[in-house]
Design a protein around this ligand. Structure first.
Ligand code: APR
Ligand code: ZN
Length: 369
């Protein structure tokens, strides 16, 4: 199978022909139909999250179940050959305290965090026998993958594969930050800073939650237009003068938003997100920084005004519950996930998609197979 392989930080991913072994117990083989290119792949590619290669990159994918490992029960799992599944990049182990408490985004024993299957191995190797590992345990920028059953979530009939793919990362991360992490009440005012796949999903989540004011902020004008189409009520082009940008946001939110979401992962915008809060306001940090980045804020007014900061990884997703819900909302016309897709590319277009992400240009590039 062809796959985009990350070898080492700073080096272009290479398209290689790899061998994929059959699924073992507790695993399924999935033929990938669509995989988005997410900024988290770029963090790895550029060495902002140093990780040793080689692995098949990609973690925002969906496809068709091709084979069930020994003992995988179709009745118990909903996994049948031919079924469309969205892949979760954080397959829960099912037995750690986080999983047992129903908070699988806090799973402490997921193979995904080691970029391995649950048993620590990989089904993917080169013709010379050397191993290649699946990024986040799923490695979706490939023609096929073998994943744990808990990573393969059956999608409702009629879900387009591209939509299922984006549910696997940016949609769950963004919509979940609003509905699960922050639990934004109807009528709230919301600001979203950074309008990539994640930030635009936050905008869609805020619409679903019934936010009264949704201010979308980005430094690229085209992103603001798409946010307005998705339901933001106002937008602010982040210019060179952060003071002016923040003043405009305050003006549009009557002194500051009830909820401010950061969806980039830059210290400067994280600090601005916290600074924007009025008393009682909540900052929700969704964007992931390079390792080691620190941010600061003035403590006295923060405590005095009873403000809050929430960290939100993967939108507090319980994949088996949330993924089908997001798909149903799409099918009902209430979550226009397809509007995030801008370009369909081949595997050899991944590096070009990375260039576009670095420049903040365009919406999601999706590799289709
Ligand atoms: N001010 C305003 N907007 C900015 C700024 C800035 N200083 N810098 C970048 N942006 C905008 C870009 O123009 C782009 O629209 O932030 C957006 C980032 O979007 P993407 O690169 O598409 O990233 P995305 O895949 O949405 O992920 C966002 O969430 O999960 C994490 O690792 C992921 O850190 C990444 C973040
Ligand atoms: Zn992602």
């Amino acid at each position: 199978m062809r796959a985009a392989v990350f070898q080492q930080p700073g080096r272009a991913v290479a398209i290689e022909d790899l061998i994929l072994d059959p699924p073992r117990a507790g695993e399924v083989r999935v033929r990938i139909l669509a995989s988005g290119v997410c900024h988290s792949d770029l963090h790895v590619r550029d060495g902002e999250w140093p990780r040793p290669g080689p692995f098949v990159i990609g973690h925002e994918g969906a496809g068709i179940v091709e084979a069930l490992g020994p003992g995988v029960d179709p009745a118990a799992t909903g996994l049948t050959v031919g079924r469309l599944v969205a892949l979760s990049w954080y397959a829960p182990c099912g037995h750690c305290p986080g999983c047992l408490a129903g908070r699988e985004w806090l799973c402490s024993d997921s193979g995904s965090s080691r970029h391995r299957l649950a048993d620590g191995s990989t089904r993917t190797h080169r013709a010379d026998g050397s191993e290649v590992f699946p990024y986040c345990g799923i490695g979706t920028l490939a023609e096929a993958t073998v994943v744990p059953v808990s990573a393969a979530i059956p999608m409702p009939e009629g879900t387009p594969p591209e939509v299922a793919a984006l549910i696997g990362c940016c949609v769950s991360t963004g919509v979940g930050a609003v509905l699960n992490t922050a639990r934004v009440p109807a009528g709230s005012s919301v600001v979203v800073i950074g309008l990539g796949g994640v930030g635009l999903s936050i905008v869609m989540g805020a619409v679903l939650a019934g936010a009264a004011t949704i201010v979308a902020v980005d430094q690229v004008a085209a992103k603001l237009e798409r946010a307005v189409e998705l339901g933001s009520t106002a937008s602010v082009l982040a210019g060179d003068d952060p003071v002016a940008t923040e003043a405009r946001i305050r003006e549009l939110t009557n002194g500051g938003p009830d909820y401010a979401f950061e969806a980039i992962g830059l210290a400067g915008t994280i600090e601005a997100t916290i600074r924007l809060l009025p008393p009682g306001g909540t900052a929700v940090l969704v964007g992931m920084t390079p390792f080691g980045v620190r941010a600061g804020f003035e403590v006295f007014p923060f405590v005095d005004g009873s403000r809050s900061i929430l960290g939100s990884n993967y939108g507090f997703a319980v994949a088996s519950v949330d993924f089908p819900r997001y798909a149903q909302l799409f099918l009902a016309g209430r979550l226009p996930i397809d509007r995030l897709v801008e370009r369909r590319i081949g595997l050899d277009g991944v590096e070009d998609a990375f260039d576009r992400l670095r420049a903040g240009a365009g919406l999601r590039s999706v590799v289709t197979f």
